[in-house]
Design a protein. Structure first.
Length: 279
């Protein structure tokens, strides 16, 4: 399914309105704290969750996004207590699509226990990457997002590269997602690395989806395609961040799926660079 002219016109109208409010919105975004997706330090976190939160807070991070490291099986009340002590918050958490489908109420309880207001589906496996499978999954996104809204929570989807690359029936999975997902309910956690890896222009994505970007995953990419600390690669974050107000982005999460041991120097570098670059 291609994006219709009416949808594009509506997006253009929203973009114009957002650009008009740009200076004020950009000023408010400067005060947003920097976060980290804890999957980056999963090896540390799985062995010593409380100690890892302390190390993350000591670097200067003030937001954490749970994902991986076995956090879903941990004592969420204890994690929350540690976060409160350290001045950390967790605006959003990653919950697998299958986990959301099998135990929706449990996912809601976990999200709230950690103090988050948004649940993010981080990945979709091969079984969902056909035209029929993907449309069915996006329809479920809408249903889950509606149920989450009734529970006082938001919903977002985190991209990788396959959504842009795979085009069953001639239409990319990403285009189907944008066409079929309810824009009032389903937002996007835009992973900048994976968008660039797929050959996409993040700024074009943002301009196409004004106000629909919930958060960025900020990870850098070397010239030969490897993940690296923010500032050590070739992605022009400063240029992308000129559109923060257009995106409507609320959170900036450092992430490096392939962070090298001992991990802390990597996330220190990313924090320092992102602190300087963020518009």
């Amino acid at each position: 399914m291609m994006i219709g002219r009416r949808q594009w016109m509506a997006g253009g109208t929203a973009l114009g309105a957002t650009l008009a409010a740009g200076p004020l919105m950009a000023k408010s975004l400067k005060s947003k704290p920097i976060g980290i997706q804890l999957y980056t330090v999963r090896e540390l976190f799985s062995k010593d969750p409380m100690g890892t939160l302390e190390k993350v807070a000591a670097i200067g991070y003030r937001e954490v996004e749970y994902g991986g490291g076995g956090y879903d099986k941990m004592d969420h009340a204890a994690l929350r207590k540690t976060m409160d002590r350290l001045g950390l918050t967790s605006p959003s958490i990653h919950v697998a699509y299958e986990a959301l489908a099998s135990d929706f109420d449990g996912a809601v309880a976990m999200t709230k226990a950690l103090g988050a207001d948004t649940l993010v589906v981080p990945y979709m496996g091969d079984a969902h990457r056909t035209a029929e499978g993907w449309k069915a999954a996006v329809a479920n996104f809408n249903r889950y997002a509606e149920r989450l809204k009734k529970a006082g929570l938001g919903f977002a989807y985190h991209n990788h590269d396959f959504e842009f690359i795979l085009k069953p029936g001639g239409t990319s999975l990403f285009d189907t997602l944008i066409a079929d997902a309810d824009p009032a309910l389903v937002r996007l956690e835009l992973d900048l690395f994976w968008a660039v890896a797929a050959g996409e222009d993040p700024k074009a994505i943002i301009k196409r989806l004004p106000g629909r970007i919930y958060a960025y995953h900020v990870k850098d990419r070397t010239a030969d395609g490897k993940m690296t600390s923010v500032g050590k690669g070739v992605i022009d974050f400063a240029d992308i961040f000129t559109l923060n107000a257009v995106a409507g982005v609320k959170h900036f999460y450092v992430e490096n799926d392939q962070s090298p041991a001992p991990y802390l120097p990597d996330i220190q570098t990313s924090f320092t660079t992102l602190s300087r670059l963020r518009a």
